[in-house]
Design a protein around this ligand. Structure first.
Ligand code: 5GP
Ligand code: ZN
Length: 114
């Protein structure tokens, strides 16, 4: 838990969220400002500032990638497709300094993004 971290507060249920998946290691919830019909934020329950803060050997990244399969099936976007994104740092437009993935789907997504 990092003091004043919005996503830690969501993980700890100190702030409300619309949870779509939860297990011992991660929480997935609807983005408050969705950019697509499906826009889910997936966070590790442990606080890491960004992707660069995850120590070598930590298996949280592989866990998230594995669980995405279950989440997209539950959300009904496994067949239509989706995008999984990590924004990292200033140029990556990371605004919340707690490692998170964006899971986007439910409409055709442009590539490359702006
Ligand atoms: P970033 O720009 O850091 O990659 O993305 C942060 C995302 O978190 C944004 O899409 C933003 O809408 C979302 N977000 C920020 N604060 C909250 C919040 O309090 N609740 C929820 N559900 N999403 C949030
Ligand atoms: Zn945090």
């Amino acid at each position: 838990m990092s003091q004043d971290c919005i996503f830690c507060k969501i993980v700890n249920k100190e702030l409300p969220s619309e949870i779509v998946y939860e297990d011992d290691l991660i929480l997935a919830f609807n983005d408050v400002n969705p950019q697509a019909p499906v826009h889910v934020i997936i966070v590790p329950k442990e606080h890491f500032d960004s992707l660069l803060s995850v120590p070598a050997g930590n298996d949280i990244i592989s866990h998230i990638h594995t669980v995405v399969n279950r989440i997209v099936l539950k959300l009904g976007i496994a067949d239509s497709g989706f995008r999984l994104v990590i924004n990292c740092g200033r140029d990556g437009n990371q605004t919340v300094p707690h490692l998170h993935y964006h899971l986007l789907g439910g409409r055709p997504l442009l590539w490359p993004p702006g």
